[in-house]
Design a binder for this molecule. Structure first.
Ligand SMILES: [Zn+2]
Length: 125
């Protein structure tokens, strides 16, 4: 019989059972190897509040704590929340990791204006 996925949508190999986790969205019990897992690191305050904090801080360097969260979704919620997408039968054969969008780091954002300014000034002069 044809198979939709050769791993049956799971990452369980040579094991009869894997422990269960709860979906963070709906609470569904889902095997840990099947759950869609995302590790997110977010700032505790949003960008505009962070700017206010930095402007009014007595310290030169303000380190705002971050949230480190492990998100575990059931398949239904992962699809619904677009954490993962449905792929056609042909595309499901593609086992490459999804292309990652380049994400500027905090350091890069600070450096960027400094790096771009001198060439622009030189071009004008
Ligand atoms: Zn769910």
């Amino acid at each position: 019989m044809s198979k939709k996925r050769r791993n049956n949508g799971r990452a369980k190999k040579n094991r009869g059972h894997d422990r269960f986790v709860r979906c963070i969205n709906c609470g569904r019990v889902v095997p840990k190897d099947k759950a869609v897992k995302r590790y997110t690191v977010r700032n505790m305050v949003d960008a505009s509040s962070l700017r206010d904090l930095k402007e009014n801080s007595a310290f030169a360097v303000l380190v705002v704590p971050k949230f480190y969260t492990k998100l575990e979704y059931c398949i239904s919620c992962a699809i619904h929340a677009r954490v993962v997408k449905v792929r056609s039968a042909k595309d499901r054969r593609n086992r490459d990791p999804p292309a990652r969008a380049p994400r500027p780091k905090d350091d890069d954002r600070k450096k960027a204006p400094v790096q771009t300014a001198p060439p622009a000034a030189a071009a004008v002069a």
